[in-house]
Write a protein that binds this ligand. Sequence first.
Ligand code: DGY
Length: 324
Amino acid sequence: MRPKVIVYSKVADAVLDWLRTQCDVTYFAGLNAQTYPLFERALAEADGLLGAGLRVDQTLLEKAPRLKIVSNISVGYDNLDIGELTKRGIMATNTPDVLNDTVADAIFALLLAAARRIAELDRYVRAGQWRSRSDEHLFGVDVHHKVLGIIGMGRIGAAIAKRARFGFDMKILYHNRSRNMEAERNYQATYCTLEELLAQADFVCLMTPLTPQTERMIGEREFSLMKKSAVFVNGSRGATVDEEALVRALRNREILAAGLDVFAQEPLPADHPLLSLDNVVTVPHIGSATHETRFKMAKLAAESLVAGLSGKLPDTLINRERFA
Ligand code: DGY
């Protein structure tokens, strides 16, 4: 019998068409109040689940007694209760590597935009305020030859370090659970404590996965350790930062600026205090969002799903110990 799978996020037609040659697919281009009851009904029969961002926990799994694999179309998997999935013998996969360069590009875009005030000055030009030669009140700060501190030197962190080292002649500091010798060798990255990094970096880039250990790891104390001229960039998850402390640090000019891709609440409400500040650049969690990369991510996730359903161990298996 062909396996039954649910795709709960919008994916490219080519990926969907291929998946349909392998499985019976119930497709929801997104979940909302209308589609959720249908999704729940389909869960009762589903062998596999493919999509991005859905909280997969005990409550959901109770409704999916046949589930064998959950394939996340993202590298982060804080939306999955890995302990619960593992306990039930359900495989979990993600999409590492294919997005490294794309996310690193987006992080650099945020870093540059915050340093050179690109979004703020775009608003200035559009408002017809540009009347004379650009003057001191429009100045930003240099990025090149500065110190970049990367918290979370995984594969995306290393792609950021590469750009910083070779594109911008930056000095790289990093803090990570373990030393990344390759980054040290290739990009002259220097391992240091979190406190040392915060005190020395001109740009602090947060790239760590969200775990119970990293939740709200950057708060009032950490902002107070940063330079007053520091630019903070968050490309991890919103919950790794105490957002109220971030608003205070930006408002009181304890740090210079921030570039943010991720937020504690997504979508970010339009009346959020962060959006009242000129020294913040925001984007709607688009780190990996290019046509090419989202296609690669969906394809990889679909291939992992099919591999798992055919009794193989997908290369991207997260809870590998349970199945090895
Ligand atoms: C991921 O894959 O976890 C990214 O946050 C998506 O942009």
